[in-house]
Design a protein around this ligand. Structure first.
Ligand SMILES: Cc1cc2nc3c(=O)[nH]c(=O)nc-3n(C[C@H](O)[C@H](O)[C@H](O)COP(=O)(O)OP(=O)(O)OC[C@H]3O[C@@H](n4cnc5c(N)ncnc54)[C@H](O)[C@@H]3O)c2cc1C
Length: 388
């Protein structure tokens, strides 16, 4: 069986890893001109973590891990207003760059990846899918997979216009090289919150700093110049922001997007199927996206390699994943108001919750609240493939 996977992100690579071990002939196409490096920090836990363990990636992920000892909120002068120690209760959480997770999977994927290319057109019949790529070449495959994120091209082609649910925020992230700022921020996640705004920083290896910006914005239109937009909204807020924003890069080093969730009644049509954010984006507010993308890829591979008919396998994949995704998405929508509080009262309440969580046992409760279910997804219908 032949599969073409559009999108070499976490979901696409995880699916390729499993399908090729199940004997499929797999090929990936990726729109970016090369492997997507850098990006932003993610907390990796939950069902995807279990998938990574089964793939033998644990030691690789631990090598890429960053020790986040503390969440710390600061004011415009950089003074701490509240903190949450993360030294206990975080054993199941690996904080790392999104690209480092993708690289850990990619290192063991043999399938060829064509960069700088996407799917231009796809037509399916009962025997297969004929795909035309933007580099002018064509493919005939048994299955076309859209693993191309929340703005999926494959989804547009197979399902028409699907408008993701806008969660009323824009997000931006980039990595900056600066030894002094990196030392000052250190291995704690520092954040400044003002009504409707959140800016966060974390020190990376090699004197770098990861920066994250979140802003409430009712209008779901992205600005033409995202770096200028960040400077306008955050540049006058004190702390380290004027310095880091003076050196804010443009895209693609600057990641900038709307915060959305993707909800669809069907994740497959004939021989075309979606996986990861393309059909189930939960948003950064849910904190589970990469983990659920890996879980989705694992469940899809599990069903596809169990034998039996293709439509049945795709339907069972969605049936296993969709309830857990709905649960995580609902959690994400509830969390919006705490991650980027819309008013001062919520900021004070959030600081109070953090102080309570700092009491013995509190940290563990906090982490458990971040992890709404999903572990049952990874009970296999067959023995899982072993790493090679
Ligand atoms: C700021 C931020 C913080 C986050 N924090 C967390 C966290 O703490 N924990 C967590 O688990 N998740 C987190 N997430 C969510 C997580 O990053 C995503 O859910 C996850 O990356 C989804 O994986 P994916 O492979 O489905 O999509 P993506 O990671 O978006 O990968 C899609 C791939 O497809 C490529 N592509 C896109 N369009 C095309 C096209 N037309 N043709 C070909 N290729 C294409 C892209 O270049 C990319 O390589 C966060 C997200 C953001 C934005």
């Amino acid at each position: 069986m032949k599969a073409l996977i559009c999108g070499a992100g976490i979901a696409g690579l995880t699916l390729a890893w499993h399908l090729e071990r199940a004997g499929w002939e797999v090929e990936l196409v990726e729109r970016a001109p090369a492997f997507r490096d850098g990006g932003y920090m993610i907390d990796f836990y939950g069902p995807g973590h279990e998938v990574a363990e089964r793939m033998g990636l644990r030691s690789r992920l631990l090598r890429s891990r960053y020790p986040v000892n503390e969440l710390s909120y600061v004011d415009r002068d950089g003074r701490q207003t509240s903190r949450l120690s993360l030294t206990t209760g975080m054993e199941g959480v690996i904080s790392l760059l999104r690209a480092d997770l993708a690289r850990a999977v990619a290192e063991d994927v043999r399938a060829p990846t064509t960069y700088g290319t996407t799917v231009e057109a796809a037509e399916q019949d009962t025997a297969g899918v004929s795909v035309r790529l933007t580099d002018g070449t064509t493919r005939r495959v048994d299955l076309l997979v859209g693993a191309d994120g929340a703005r999926s091209r494959v989804r547009d082609l197979a399902f028409g216009d699907v408008t993701p649910r806008y969660l009323g925020h824009q997000v931006a992230a980039y990595i900056l090289a600066d030894a002094e700022l990196s030392r000052r921020v250190g291995t704690r996640y520092q954040m400044l919150t003002e009504p409707g705004l959140m800016a966060g920083a974390y020190a990376l290896r090699d004197d770098r700093l990861a920066l994250l910006f979140l802003r409430r914005e009712p209008d779901p239109a992205l600005p033409a110049d995202p770096a200028a937009d960040l400077r306008r909204h955050f540049g006058g807020r004190g702390w380290i922001l004027p310095e880091v924003l003076a050196r804010c890069p443009g895209p693609p080093e600057l990641y900038h997007d709307l915060v959305t969730q993707v909800e669809m009644e069907r994740w497959h049509r004939g021989r075309i199927v979606l996986v990861g954010d393309a059909c189930q984006a939960v948003s950064l507010f849910a904190g589970h996206g990469a983990s659920m993308a890996m879980a989705g890829a694992w469940v899809l591979a599990d069903e596809l390699s169990a034998g039996g008919d293709l439509p049945g396998a795709l339907a069972r994949y969605q049936g296993r994943m969709a309830p857990a995704i709905a649960e995580v998405q609902q959690f994400g929508r509830r969390f919006v108001r705490w991650m980027a509080p819309s008013n001062r009262w919520r900021i004070v309440a959030r600081d109070l919750i953090f102080r309570l969580a700092a009491l013995p046992g509190g940290g563990r409760l906090f982490v458990n609240s971040l992890s709404p279910g999903g572990h049952h997804l990874i009970s296999p219908r067959r023995a899982s493939p072993t790493p090679r």
